[in-house]
Design a protein. Structure first.
Length: 391
């Protein structure tokens, strides 16, 4: 018989559209069937969450503030005078090392600490380095503490890695997305009693059917930031269009590089062929309308959108970057892995699948089959087993 557990997740912003938010929402939706599940959101920038949250999951906004310190009800970019003055100072708390928390924000930090200390039992799961560091030092010992890492240890700056190595032995468990990162954490935390486990992201059953793979469309998705390498993808796509001018590239997402990427599309002569599309709540429909997924990241954790693309039956061409792609993609079976940041190799891989429809379809079928091990049902069982053992 399953023992009902109380599980609290803490997200930087549960109303945002990133992969971490999507992954945690999927976990919470799966676990709330049998357990008491809550998601606390440190910040809130919109009225409703981007991703559908099961009504049985309590969503608790800790503040009504955007991450820049402005109030959600105020016009974008406007700050109250006291808030502007307070946020002039560098954050003195442990999470200052996380790029999401560069400024000191006492009201927010206080509410987060109050939330930690109000937990009287069950499991407290934190989901990014800054909050993990705060939880390791200040969460009450009466609860089981679990740190999730949705990126990978090697990509963090040395000062943050040093803080992680000092603080994370206070956790009951640290959970990574890949076996490679689990090995890195086990080595870094050697000698401590902290469990280090690997549990990948889980993907819900898609709402639409598998891609037919007959559309002349490449698709990519993610935040428009340096990490995702969309600048490299555009360089590769320029080479692809020289041989296959009738193919399109759709990139879904929002971020600080939108203007720079738009300018690059124009500069490379890709206007009308490469399209920067907004973040969508129906990405599964867009994946089903494409024929190849391209992952151009410089580094990753275990990208949710990659798993979703494979679940949709899309073959993948990906940089073999650290970490994630090589754990999911079987080269020459479910996709093509090319040397990281090698634009010519990325373009050649895309052209290979464009020019070989039979290979594209075989890889798409293999991708769909391989993604089964990342089904939310399978991943839910692993979380449930870990939480039960920790309690």
């Amino acid at each position: 018989m399953i023992k009902v557990m109380r599980i609290r997740y803490v997200l930087f912003n549960a109303y945002a559209s990133g992969g971490t938010t999507r992954s945690v929402v999927n976990q919470a939706n799966a676990l709330c069937v049998d357990h008491d599940v809550e998601i606390a959101s440190i910040y809130r920038h919109r009225d409703t969450p981007r991703f559908a949250i099961d009504p049985r999951v309590r969503l608790v906004p800790l503040t009504e503030l955007r991450s820049d310190g402005s109030r959600r009800v105020d016009p974008e970019g406007s700050w109250t005078r006291p808030m502007r003055m307070v946020r002039r100072f560098a954050n003195p708390l442990p999470h200052k090392l996380d790029w999401r928390f560069p400024r000191w924000h006492p009201p927010v930090d206080l509410r987060l600490l109050r939330y930690f200390w109000a937990a009287d039992d069950g499991i407290l799961v934190t989901t990014r380095p800054g909050v993990n560091l705060l939880s390791a030092r200040l969460a009450p010992r009466r609860v089981v503490t679990v740190a999730q890492d949705h990126m990978n240890l090697a990509t963090y700056k040395p000062v943050l890695r040093d803080a992680i190595v000092r603080a994370y032995p206070r956790f009951d468990a640290v959970v990574t997305l890949t076996n490679e990162d689990r090995a890195a954490y086990r080595q870094a935390l050697a000698g401590s009693a902290t469990r280090v486990e690997c549990i990948p992201n889980g993907v819900p059953r898609p709402r639409v059917g598998a891609a037919k793979l007959d559309a002349k469309v490449l698709v990519a998705a993610g935040r428009l930031v340096h990490q995702k390498g969309f600048d490299l993808l555009l360089d590769a796509f320029q080479t692809v269009t020289a041989k296959h001018p009738d193919w399109q590239l759709w990139i879904f997402g929002g971020g600080v590089q939108r203007d720079a990427l738009s300018a690059k599309i124009e500069r490379l002569g890709l206007t009308g062929r490469a399209h920067l599309k907004r973040t969508t709540d129906r990405l599964d429909e867009q994946l089903a309308a494409a024929s190849i997924y391209v992952l151009s990241s410089r580094f990753e954790g275990l990208p949710m959108v990659l798993l979703e693309a494979m679940t949709a039956g899309l073959p993948v061409v990906a940089f073999d970057c650290p970490t994630g792609p090589a754990q999911v993609i079987t080269h020459e079976r479910s996709g093509l892995l090319v040397p990281e940041r090698d634009v010519a190799a990325l373009a050649a891989g895309i052209c290979e699948l464009i020019e070989n429809p039979a290979k594209r379809r075989a890889m798409g079928a293999a991708a769909s089959a391989g993604a089964e091990r990342y089904s939310i049902t399978s991943v839910r069982r692993r979380w449930e087993e870990l939480f039960t053992e920790l309690l």
